[in-house]
Write a protein that binds this ligand. Structure first.
Ligand SMILES: [Zn+2]
Length: 371
C-alpha cells in the first residue's frame, strides 16, 4: 500500500514537472533542448471509464444537425494514390454534329496523368462521414487534458504516446507541436470488449463492439460546378483540390445526449461563440504553411451549423430565453442558432472546467518555423 502511494506520489510529482515542461514546448522554448537530449518520457494518467449508457432506450436529446463545411483555402480529401483523370467538356461534346471523328471528340476530352483525385461519392466530390467524424473526434481527444491525474478521454485515434518528438522536417512534427500537451500523456485506447467500460468519447462516438451515439453522413459538394482544380505543387505533386469557397453539406445525427454533450460536439467542430466555427484544419497538407506549397494554402475550413432538429423520440427539449425547441421541432434562425450554440458550449466548458484546453490550431501552424 505504501509502495503504491509512494509511486502514485512520484507519478504526480513527475507529472507536475512534465506539465510545465510541456507548457514550455507549447511556447517553443524547450524545442532545441529536447532535440539535443533525445526525447522525453510519456506520462501515464488514469482514463476515467464507466459502463456505457444504454443504446436500446431513448433517454435525453435525440435529433439531427444540418452542417456545412466551408473551405477557406484549397481542400484535399483523398486516398493518396495517383490516377489519371479524364476531364470532359460536356458542352463542347454536345455541340458535335453527326458522327464525329475520334480527333474531333478528343478536342473536348483531356487526360491528366498522375493526379491524386478528390474523394468521390457516386461520381461527385464528397468528404466521407468517417473523415468528418475523425476530424471532430481527434480535436476533442486532444483538447481533453488530465485534471488531478485523471482524464475524460482515451486517445483512440489521435496518437500513440509521444516517446520522442519528431524533429522538424519529418512527418508528424507539426501535429505534435500543436497537440504536445495531450500526446505526451499515455492514454491507451479503451477496450470495451474486454473491460465493458469506456471513456466519455468512446461512449459518444463508439468503439470496437459499441455503437456510436453520434453518426455522420457523407458531406457532398453543394455549390455546383467548377469547384475542383488540378493543383501542381512542389516536388511534382498534383492534387485534385476543392477551391477556396467550396461548400460541402451533410447531416450529423445524435441520440441520448445531455445538453453539455451536444455542446462538446460543437466544441469538437470548433464552434465557440455561435453557429460558425473558428477556422480549423482538415485534410491533406493542412499542417504545411504557405511557403512550403508554392504560395498555396491547404486545409483551412469552418464548420457552419445550418439547422438543428429534435426527433419526436427525444425525451428532452431545449429551452432558452423565452423560446423552446420541442421534440419534433427544429431551428434554422441564424440569430437563435448563435445563442443556442453559445449556451451549449458554455454548459460544456462549465461541466468540464479545467479539463478542456482549446487550441487555436491554425494560429499555432502559422507561427511555426518554416520547414
Ligand atoms: Zn475511450
Amino acid at each position: 500500500m505504501g509502495l503504491i502511494a509512494r509511486s502514485g506520489y512520484l507519478i504526480l510529482r513527475e507529472w507536475k514537472m512534465a506539465g510545465s515542461w510541456l507548457m514550455e514546448i507549447m511556447l517553443g522554448k524547450r524545442w532545441r533542448g529536447l532535440r539535443e537530449c533525445g526525447g522525453m518520457p510519456s506520462y501515464r494518467v488514469n482514463v476515467l471509464r464507466n459502463p456505457p449508457r444504454r443504446r436500446d432506450i431513448c433517454s435525453g436529446l435525440t435529433g439531427r444537425l444540418e452542417v456545412s463545411i466551408v473551405a477557406e483555402s484549397y481542400l484535399h480529401i483523398g486516398e493518396g494514390a495517383q490516377k489519371s483523370l479524364v476531364e470532359i467538356d460536356e458542352e463542347g461534346l454536345k455541340g458535335l454534329k453527326g458522327a464525329p471523328s475520334l480527333r474531333e471528340v478528343r478536342r473536348y476530352v483531356r487526360f491528366i496523368a498522375g493526379v491524386v483525385p478528390f474523394n468521390k461519392v457516386s461520381g461527385k466530390p464528397a468528404i466521407p462521414g468517417g473523415t468528418v467524424k475523425g476530424n471532430i473526434r481527434t480535436r476533442l481527444e486532444l483538447s481533453f487534458r488530465s485534471k488531478n491525474g485523471v482524464v475524460r478521454s482515451c486517445l483512440l485515434i489521435a496518437s500513440r504516446p509521444l516517446d520522442r518528438p519528431n524533429p522538424p522536417r519529418t512527418s508528424g512534427w507539426r501535429h505534435q507541436r500543436i497537440w504536445s500537451h495531450a500526446i505526451g500523456e499515455d492514454r491507451r485506447a479503451c477496450n470495451f470488449i474486454a473491460e465493458r467500460k469506456v471513456c466519455l468519447l468512446c461512449d459518444l462516438f463508439g468503439s470496437a463492439g459499441l455503437s456510436s451515439l453520434i453518426n455522420f453522413s457523407d458531406f457532398l459538394l453543394t455549390d455546383g460546378a467548377n469547384r475542383m482544380e488540378i493543383v501542381d505543387l512542389p516536388y511534382g505533386m498534383r492534387l485534385e483540390a476543392a477551391k477556396p469557397g467550396s461548400v460541402f453539406t451533410g447531416i450529423i445525427e445524435f441520440r441520448n445526449l445531455a445538453l453539455e454533450e451536444l455542446g462538446l460536439l460543437f466544441l469538437g467542430m470548433g464552434l465557440r461563440g455561435g453557429r460558425i466555427s473558428d477556422q480549423v484544419l482538415m485534410g491533406r497538407l493542412k499542417y504545411h504553411n504557405v511557403q512550403t506549397l508554392g504560395g498555396k494554402v491547404f486545409g483551412r475550413i469552418r464548420y457552419r451549423l445550418n439547422e438543428l432538429a429534435l426527433s419526436r423520440l427525444s425525451t428532452e427539449s431545449m429551452k432558452l430565453d423565452g423560446w423552446e425547441i420541442r421534440p419534433g421541432g427544429s431551428l434554422a434562425d441564424e440569430g437563435r442558432l448563435d445563442v443556442l450554440v453559445k449556451d451549449l458550449v458554455d454548459r460544456s466548458l462549465k461541466k468540464f472546467e479545467g479539463e478542456i484546453m482549446l487550441v487555436d490550431e491554425v494560429r499555432v501552424i502559422d507561427q511555426l518555423p518554416r520547414a
